[in-house]
Design a protein around this ligand. Structure first.
Ligand code: 1GP
Length: 225
């Protein structure tokens, strides 16, 4: 059966470009996330993705690959998340790369395993913000409007508030929560404690933890069973 992201409250995101010790992987397992997403902003290919996938299989959790680069596409995941960066200044990150990937893979695509995420990247220092030239200087009303675009114009299943590397303002998450209905709200960025996970989890449907997995000091606080 194909897993449904709507059932996920907490997700770990692992970067194939980073090395993950056996101990850190065990900490991920012990934290009992609802799913693991494999993805990053680059510096890896399909080989690194496959190697990580092999190590994750024993976790017995839904495994999703977030596709940022079609060259790194790797078969074997339960789901494939397709980011659409709504606040990018470059069309390639909104629709261009998607068009190119569909053109290339349409005959082999398992459409039912694809889930589109409407990203709004808000930490200007995040590598994803730089890569996609995201317009990060947005006010609450602007972000809420993107959330409404995601839900009412594009009918996307996920609106992803991305502060990768920094803990965003809970007020922003709360404001977006108020304008979303069916579309699920994901929050990711700077979560390194249970308190922060709980705070953001109160407004977001799904919280995403990335860097803390690799941080032995702060990550242990969060990822302890
Ligand atoms: C990154 O949203 C995730 O795409 C998680 O962010 O790495 O800051 O936890 P952190």
């Amino acid at each position: 059966m194909i897993p449904a992201p709507a059932d996920w409250s907490r997700v770990v995101k692992l970067d194939p470009a980073r090395s993950l010790s056996r101990e850190r992987l065990e900490a991920v397992r012990a934290w009992r996330p609802d799913a693991v997403v494999v993805g990053g902003t680059g510096g890896y290919g399909a080989g690194e993705v496959l190697a990580l996938l092999m190590r994750l299989r024993h976790l017995d959790l839904p495994l999703a690959m977030e596709i940022s680069d079609q060259a790194a596409l790797c078969p074997g995941f339960d789901l494939y998340l397709v980011p659409m960066v709504l606040n990018s200044r470059q069309t390639e990150w909104i629709i261009g790369r998607h068009h190119a990937a569909v053109k290339r893979f349409a005959q082999r695509a398992e459409w039912e395993r694809l889930v589109v995420e409407g990203y709004c990247i808000l930490n200007p220092a995040a590598s994803a913000a730089e890569l996609t030239q995201a317009d990060t200087g947005l006010l609450v009303d602007d972000v809420a409007a993107y959330a409404r675009v995601a839900e009412h114009l594009l009918h996307l299943p996920i609106f992803y508030l991305e502060y990768s590397g920094a803990y965003g303002p809970p007020e922003m998450v709360q404001a977006v929560r108020r304008v979303l209905g069916e579309t699920r709200l994901w929050y990711g960025g700077g979560i390194t404690s249970d308190r922060q996970a709980t705070e953001m989890g109160a407004w977001a449907d799904t919280i995403v933890v990335g860097n803390a997995v690799y941080d032995e000091e702060r990550g242990d606080v969060l990822l302890s069973p």
